[in-house]
Design a binder for this molecule. Structure first.
Ligand SMILES: [Zn+2]
Length: 493
């Protein structure tokens, strides 16, 4: 975030969770901690690991209050006693918050070890919250380790870090570790919806979602963004104002690009890129958004749903439609090409030309892949081919001769519950055999499409068996057909 965070922290501070129940999206952690407090099984050292802005320090303070509250130890600190209030304001003598980044030298840890010898002045426990603990120097870690090895009674260490892999194993092994996760877009937008209702902030659901997505799992960031938007748009926050303030490129821009690419419109792409650069979008922002967009198309082709992809219903519909303009392989080529260009774009003095070149290359690739595969843009055909392939491979394990007969046929369409297939004209005998024994194939197909299915076959009018001579796959099928003849007796039912 490049704007001044500090001046927009009013909401984040006002709604900072004060009890375990108010902690958002970290259920597994708060339940475990509550149980430990209730059963009086407090450890000597905890490690809170996780990305920034997900509530590590907040949870550490609540744990400190729970242990030190005059009515405690309790899972519901009163938040009213002197101790609770001092801890909330970070000025309790017995709950020390140390920033690992600025107190990373051995001297500071030595001082801490000296300090530990003294009993808590007023509270029940002495609690050390060391933030960004991975920043400590090796010497400081060694000094800390000695303390963790022989912890004085009633001392609790809470080490917080965004980079647990940088914390020495010797320290990790002495801590009870909690991994804080990023909040989902849904969780963040629910939190923001609750908060805006409390504060009477007018905001549209799309705007909430856009903020939640930008916050990338950090609830605190989302609250800071909301605060800033509220200051700029006191009369009401819309999706457009979020996009404008945060420099987010709207989805429709990527849709337009994808459409031009799908139709290999080279001239259109160049004009589009010119328009993008003229409209003042941040190049890197645009490029990252483009990669993200094509990734979502690829995920949609794999059958992921709107919730998993964190898409709004409208976006889901539009992108599903767009995804059908590309086959999975082409999408992978587009994504990997864009990804490998990202670094160059960031460094380039001529990002526009680079983007033009990449786009034209992709458009050319689209053109040639379309020429190679007439079904490129047809989702229906692709899934038909897949079902037919699955049917064959299942059938092969059950009845090879029947499978090798079916292999001679070409799937035409899957309409409702009926699969239509076509045998070459000169394979009428094979077709007859298939027809006589097709119930097994129909049973397998029913399982595959999860509803009762039929297979209807016909003979193709023009003979295509000439192809068999040049096509190794067909030649192999001929071979299988012969094998089928040998096993003929198997097919008698
Ligand atoms: Zn209290």
């Amino acid at each position: 975030m490049d704007y001044d965070e500090m001046s927009y922290r009013i909401l984040a501070l006002k709604y900072r969770p004060q009890t375990f129940d108010e902690i958002w999206a970290q259920d597994h952690i708060k339940e475990t901690l509550k149980r430990a407090i209730e059963q009086n099984k407090i450890g000597h050292s905890y490690l809170f690991a996780g990305p920034r802005g997900v509530g590590k320090t907040t949870t550490a303070r609540i744990l400190a209050k729970s242990l030190c509250c005059v009515k405690g130890p309790t899972i519901n600190p009163c938040n009213e006693c002197k101790t609770c209030q001092e801890i909330a304001a970070s000025r309790n003598m017995d709950v020390l918050e140390i920033d690992g980044a600025s107190n990373r030298r051995i001297e500071e840890i030595r001082e801490l070890r000296e300090n530990i010898k003294y009993l808590p002045t007023s509270a029940r426990y002495k609690i050390y919250i060391i933030d960004e603990v991975h920043m400590l120097t090796t010497e400081a870690f060694n000094a800390l380790l000695k303390t963790l090895e022989e912890p004085p009674k009633n001392v609790v260490f809470i080490l917080a870090t965004t980079a647990p892999h940088k914390v020495p194993g010797t320290i990790l092994s002495r801590c009870q570790r909690f991994d804080f996760r990023k909040a989902t877009v849904d969780e963040i937008s629910n939190r923001l919806a609750w908060l805006t209702k409390k504060e009477n902030i007018k905001i549209t659901p799309e705007a909430l979602y856009a903020i939640a997505r930008r916050a990338d799992g950090a609830i605190r960031d989302a609250e800071v963004i909301l605060d800033q938007l509220w200051a700029f748009c006191p009369e009401g926050i819309t999706k457009e104002s979020v996009y404008e303030l945060l420099g987010i490129v709207p989805s429709s821009v990527f849709e337009e690009y994808a459409e031009l690419l799908a139709s290999s419109d080279e001239r259109g792409l160049v004009e589009f890129i010119d328009k993008i650069f003229a409209s003042g979008y941040d190049t890197i922002e645009f490029f990252a958004g483009l990669i993200e967009y094509f990734r979502s198309l690829a995920m949609l082709r794999l059958g992921f749903d709107a919730q998993t992809l964190e898409l709004l219903p409208d976006e889901f519909t539009r992108r599903t439609k767009a995804s059908q303009r590309f086959d999975s392989e082409t999408l992978l080529i587009i994504i990997s090409t864009l990804c490998s260009t990202e670094e160059q774009i960031k460094r380039s003095l001529l990002p526009k030309i680079l983007l033009e070149v990449v786009s034209l290359k992709l458009a050319k690739a689209m053109k040639s892949s379309k020429a190679n595969s007439p079904n490129l843009n047809n989702h229906q055909d692709e899934s038909l081919a897949r079902i037919f392939k699955d049917l064959l491979s299942h059938l092969r394990t059950k009845k090879l001769p029947l499978a090798s007969r079916l292999e001679l046929a070409t799937p035409q369409k899957l309409e409702g519950d009926t699969l239509y297939i076509q045998f070459p004209k000169n394979h009428s005998l094979n077709r007859d055999h298939f027809e006589a024994n097709k119930s097994l194939a129909e049973a397998i197909l029913s399982e595959l499409i999860k509803r009762p299915a039929k297979i209807v076959s016909e003979l193709k009018e023009t003979a295509l068996d000439e192809q068999g001579k040049s096509n190794p796959q067909k030649a192999e099928n001929e071979q299988l057909k012969k094998i089928g003849k040998v096993f003929e007796y198997e097919e008698v039912e």
